[in-house]
Design a protein around this ligand. Structure first.
Ligand SMILES: Cc1cc2nc3c(=O)[nH]c(=O)nc-3n(C[C@H](O)[C@H](O)[C@H](O)COP(=O)(O)OP(=O)(O)OC[C@H]3O[C@@H](n4cnc5c(N)ncnc54)[C@H](O)[C@@H]3O)c2cc1C
Length: 400
């Protein structure tokens, strides 16, 4: 009789583990739908990975990137794309590097991962409600009854778009086994600004740089910024929301790299309107008008009439636009969970628990979170493969 491995969760990490373990795996999924979050990802199109080398990938997970290196180098985005192709899902990589199924249907990615898990026993509508270490493995409790497994891979995901139905979530199950949990909080989430003088400009997007509290302006990350009716979003904000807290004072450079040129243009004098100079520096028209208003500069003012104080107010607003963070988006808005099972307690080369023998973790339940652009599903898949391979080896050893 083959030793069986239980996988808790059928997201990209759980299905990736099942793809390695095949008929040795039993996948428990509390929902009726397998891979439910894959279906809503990328607005239903599933941006499942991104172009780039493993080294470039590793820079997309904040301080956890180093820990993820083994998984990202061993199971790359090319391997993921290949897995899609061998399961009859052609893929496309957009100019911005984001990879999607060519059909733009998230269901195709989910179905390919299910096909790849051929042989595994898939059990939807089956929540795991308890997990006890016993001799030679675990006793796992679910509505299907109490069952023995030689190893367990926890791939329960994070707190976004999650249903718990009052049952213990993955963090609770892991904590009950002795694992430390870094307080989960929403990531890849927008910023609510307080006050928000740009609210009327909702929908405008532009390239900007973000100055985080205490960070050097020369290190300010750049990227697309979206002004919303409540504050700011777009990859520049979403990708750095893991480093932002309520009540932080941030600043936005609305012409990244262009501050000096704008200063020279504004001090040059002459008959050009100040507004025209802003437009020449690629500041969207409505934003330029609002910046002039906030700097108390009349709309038709020409450079020769611009006072030094007015110029400084305008430059300040343009290159260091102040944003006070009222709050961050909540679980309904976040696309990812920061925090989770402590990485120090998990071996990054095998995803094995350093606390409970035979227990493995993969995916978003772990204390990492990636940038937007396909990095989260890729990390879930890569860590899921690592955990699957290690559990397979461990069960083979215990059989022999
Ligand atoms: C709206 C939205 C859009 C997103 N878009 C993208 C995108 O385009 N690209 C990208 O890379 N990332 C995206 N993400 C993030 C990405 O979906 C997740 O990071 C990824 O799905 C995590 O995979 P996972 O396998 O770790 O967990 P999940 O996909 O969350 O899967 C975990 C599964 O475990 C099940 N489970 C939990 N507890 C139990 C239990 N006790 N018993 C049985 N089953 C259990 C859950 O029901 C769930 O199905 C998006 C997220 C959201 C919310």
């Amino acid at each position: 009789l083959k030793a069986r491995v239980a996988i808790i969760g059928s997201g990209p990490s759980g299905l990736a583990s099942a793809g390695v373990l095949g008929s040795q795996a039993v996948v428990f999924e509390q929902r009726h739908e397998l891979g439910g979050k894959i279906l809503v990802s990328g607005s239903g199109q599933c941006n499942f990975t991104h172009s780039g080398t493993p080294a470039e990938f590793a820079r997309r997970y904040g301080s956890a990137g180093k820990w993820l290196k083994h998984a990202l180098y061993a199971h790359t985005s090319d391997c993921f794309i290949e897995a899609m192709n061998r399961n009859a899902v052609p893929t496309v990589i957009r100019d911005d590097g984001k990879a999607f199924p060519a059909s733009l249907k998230a269901g195709d990615v989910r179905d390919a991962l299910v096909r790849e898990a051929k042989g595994a026993e898939l059990r939807p509508d089956t929540p795991v409600v308890g997990l006890d270490p016993v001799a030679g493995g675990f006793l796992l409790r679910s509505p299907a009854g109490d069952e023995h497994f030689c190893a367990v891979i926890m791939t329960c995901g994070g707190r976004t778009a999650q249903i718990s139905g009052g049952r213990p979530d993955g963090y609770t199950l892991a904590a009950a086994l002795g694992h430390g949990i870094v307080d989960p909080h929403p990531a890849l989430t927008p910023v609510y600004a307080q006050p928000h003088p740009l609210a009327e400009l909702s929908g405008i997007s532009l390239e900007a740089a973000l100055l985080l509290p205490g960070a050097k302006p020369s290190k300010a990350p750049r990227g697309p910024l979206l002004i919303t009716h409540f504050g700011f979003s777009g990859p520049l904000i979403l990708d750095h929301s893991r480093d932002i807290r309520p009540d932080d004072d941030l600043a936005l450079d609305l012409i990244p790299g262009g501050g000096e040129k704008l200063t020279s243009a504004l001090v040059a004098g002459g008959t050009a309107a100040v507004k025209t100079v802003l437009l020449r520096h690629e500041i969207p028209r409505r934003l330029a008008e609002t910046l002039l208003q906030l700097a108390e500069i009349p709309p038709g003012l020409i450079l020769a009439q611009l006072t030094r104080a007015g110029r400084e107010r305008l430059l300040d607003l343009t290159t260091r636009f102040p944003v006070h963070v009222g709050r961050l988006g909540d679980w309904r808005e976040a696309m990812c969970t920061a925090g989770g099972v402590r990485l120090e307690e998990v071996d990054s080369r095998t995803m094995a628990s350093r606390i409970v023998p035979g227990l493995y973790f993969a995916g978003e339940i772990l204390d990492y979170d990636g940038d937007s652009g396909g990095y989260n599903i890729q990390a879930a898949w890569s860590t899921g493969r690592v955990a699957g391979l290690a559990a397979l080896q461990a069960c083979r050893n215990s059989n022999s």
